[in-house]
Design a protein around this ligand. Structure first.
Ligand code: Q46
Ligand code: ZN
Length: 306
C-alpha cells in the first residue's frame, strides 16, 4: 500500500482491515454495537467483504440480496445470488433476505427497461428499485442502518463526477454517513476509505467466493471513465484518490458546502407504498410499476384488436 507506505503479510492484512473499519465506524459515528445493520449484498467482493468484516467485529449484521433479473449471457443475477447464499451459509447466526424483483413485481430490469420505450436507462431504473427495496426491508425488519460496500474508488469517482458538474445538492449528501430521515433508514459506507484492491485482497485472503464479472449494464457508464482517469492520476502519484476524498470531507466539515436557504420540497407518503416522496401521489418506484402495467394493458388491447 504505497499510499500508506505500508506492506503487510497475509497473516496481518485482514487484522489491519478490521482495525481500520472499526476506526472509521467510530470516527464517522456510523452505528453502535447495539444497532441492527442491514448490509446490501451484490455478490461482489466489496459487499461480501463488508459483511464478513462486520460479523468478525461482532456487529449484528444481516444481508439483503436483490435479484434484478439480469442475465447478459452470464446468468449474472443467478450467479450473484448463489455467491450471496454460499457466503451466508458460513455464518449460521445471520440472515440473508432475498428479494426477487421479477417474482415480486412482475418484471426484472431488462424487461422494465425494454418496456420504458427508451425513456429510461437500466441503471436509473435499477437504482430506484434497489433504493426502494433496501429501505423497505430495512424498515420492515427493524434495521436502523443500511450499509453498502462502496469503496474509495467508487466514492472518488462519484465525487469526481459531482465536482465536474458542480452538483452541489449531491455534494452535500455525499459522505460516509447519510443520516436517517422520516421513513428512510440511515445509510453508511464503512469501506469508503479503502481502495478497491484493498477490499479485493481482503476477500481473497478470507477465501470469499465472489462474482468477478461486472453487471453487463455497467459497460459505458461515465463512472467507469472517471475511474480510469483517477487510476492514471493514482499511478502517477499514489494516494491521489485518498487525498481527493479526504480533502473533500475536510472541506465539508469546514462548512465549505452549505445547504441553501431554498426550502427542500415537502415530502409526502406515497399513496401506494407509503415511502416518502416529493411527488404528490406515487413515489418513483411505484410509478415504474404503474407505467409497466399501462404498457402491458396497451399491448393486450392491440393484440385483441389484431
Ligand atoms: S446493477 Fe443495476 Fe448496477 Fe447493473 S443495472 Fe446498472 S445499477 S450496473 S451497481
Ligand atoms: Zn411508492
Amino acid at each position: 500500500m504505497p499510499h500508506h507506505k505500508l506492506s503487510l503479510c497475509a497473516d496481518h492484512y485482514p487484522g489491519w482491515i478490521l482495525k481500520h473499519t472499526k476506526r472509521f465506524i467510530r470516527k464517522y459515528g456510523m452505528f453502535t454495537p447495539e444497532e441492527r445493520i442491514l448490509v446490501a449484498i451484490s455478490g461482489g467482493k466489496d459487499s461480501l467483504a463488508l459483511w464478513d468484516v462486520l460479523l468478525q467485529l461482532g456487529y449484528q449484521a444481516d444481508g439483503l440480496y436483490i435479484h434484478l433479473g439480469i442475465d447478459g449471457g452470464l446468468a449474472y443475477s443467478d450467479a450473484s445470488e448463489a455467491r450471496a447464499r454460499a457466503f451466508a451459509a458460513r455464518y449460521p447466526q445471520t440472515q440473508l433476505h432475498v428479494v426477487n424483483v421479477a417474482e415480486a413485481y412482475g418484471a426484472g430490469i431488462p424487461q422494465v427497461t425494454e418496456r420504458s420505450g427508451g425513456h429510461s436507462r437500466p441503471c436509473s431504473l435499477c437504482g430506484r428499485i434497489k433504493r426502494h427495496e433496501m429501505n423497505r426491508i430495512a424498515l420492515e425488519g427493524g434495521y436502523t442502518v443500511l450499509a453498502t460496500g462502496h469503496n474509495l474508488d467508487d466514492e472518488a469517482a462519484l465525487l469526481f463526477g459531482n465536482v465536474l458538474h458542480w452538483k452541489t445538492g449531491y455534494l452535500l449528501r455525499q459522505g460516509p454517513v447519510l443520516p436517517a430521515t422520516e421513513g428512510m433508514a440511515r445509510k453508511v459506507k464503512p469501506f469508503c476509505r479503502f481502495y478497491e484492491r484493498e477490499t479485493a485482497a481482503y476477500a481473497l485472503l478470507q477465501g470469499i467466493d465472489y462474482v468477478w464479472e461486472e453487471c453487463p449494464f455497467a459497460a459505458g457508464a461515465t463512472t467507469l471513465t472517471h475511474k480510469e482517469t483517477l487510476l492514471r492520476m493514482e499511478h502517477a502519484a499514489p494516494g491521489t484518490k485518498l487525498q481527493f476524498y479526504l480533502s473533500f470531507l475536510h472541506a465539508k466539515e469546514e462548512g465549505f458546502f452549505r445547504a441553501t436557504e431554498k426550502a427542500a420540497p415537502p415530502l409526502h407518503a406515497c399513496e401506494h407504498c407509503g415511502q416518502p416522496t416529493t411527488a404528490s401521489d406515487l413515489c418513483a418506484f411505484c410509478r415504474i410499476w404503474e407505467r409497466l402495467a399501462e404498457e402491458k394493458g396497451k399491448e393486450r388491447e392491440l393484440s385483441s384488436e389484431g
